[in-house]
Design a protein around this ligand. Sequence first.
Ligand SMILES: O=C(O)CCC(=O)C(=O)O
Ligand SMILES: [Fe+2]
Length: 288
Amino acid sequence: MHREYKQRILSSYQRLHGEIYSLDPASVFVPSFLKAVTPKSEENFKSIMVQAAPGIYTFEMLQPKFCEMFYIWRNGPTIQILFIRRPSTLNIFGVAFDDFGFESMLQKLLEDFIRFCLYLLSVLFPEVCGSGLDSHHGYVVEYGEYIETDAGNTHIILHFHVDDSEVTLNVCLGKQFSGGELYFRGVRCANHMKSPEKNLPLEHYDYPHVPGQAVLHRGSHRHGAKAITNGIRANLIMWCRTVEDRLRESTTSIRSKKEEKMIRLSRRTKNLQGENETLALEERSENE
Ligand SMILES: O=C(O)CCC(=O)C(=O)O
Ligand SMILES: [Fe+2]
């Protein structure tokens, strides 16, 4: 089912920027980021990190030109109805970009740069990264001011939630907008993720997205996005996970390799079911 969906996307989706699928580091990353990861050293990388609040790190990452290549939905020259797989059941405004053929580009990005960052994330977030991050799920979200509903126009907000990740990398792609801050409200254990927000001022942090800038936080750091008051905001998000640790933790007795494979497969199926909410997306024509 997912394979068919992916085939359909790949055969009907017209690539706007061919170059986005291959990676030229200097056209993707800002000089400070490149400098911090070449030569790769923990010290270099930490030097560009700003701890904006406890457990929340920010740094300059992407070139504006690279960010622009992601403005494909609203600026696309083609009129198409695409059935898009949403990144999670929670976020109906995003697109799982592996499905659009980004897999190999993502893979390269992962291998060349992000793997190093992931190692550093394990250093920054040792308590959640265990033996290291070994899986990722990437997608792009885009928000405007309103969404049209039967009841009229409603402001788009992303409700208070936690991510299905150990650590989340969230990079703003622009374009021009005001509002839409990412608000954080503290970390809770699995049993208290949904407990109401308490007025603990030290836990309150509102992060104003800046195009090209990345923010790193734990998946369990409760957060949401405020409404955009003007313009359009797009973000590139990567959920980084330690699948092996999760599997190990769920193993109450020693399981055979075959049983582990079964668990893995059933989890993958469950994930896809959750993520498989399909909605029609109409891309506007530039010629309209
Ligand atoms: O809109 C954002 O920047 C945050 C999105 C988010 O938290 C998510 O997709 O899980
Ligand atoms: Fe999130």
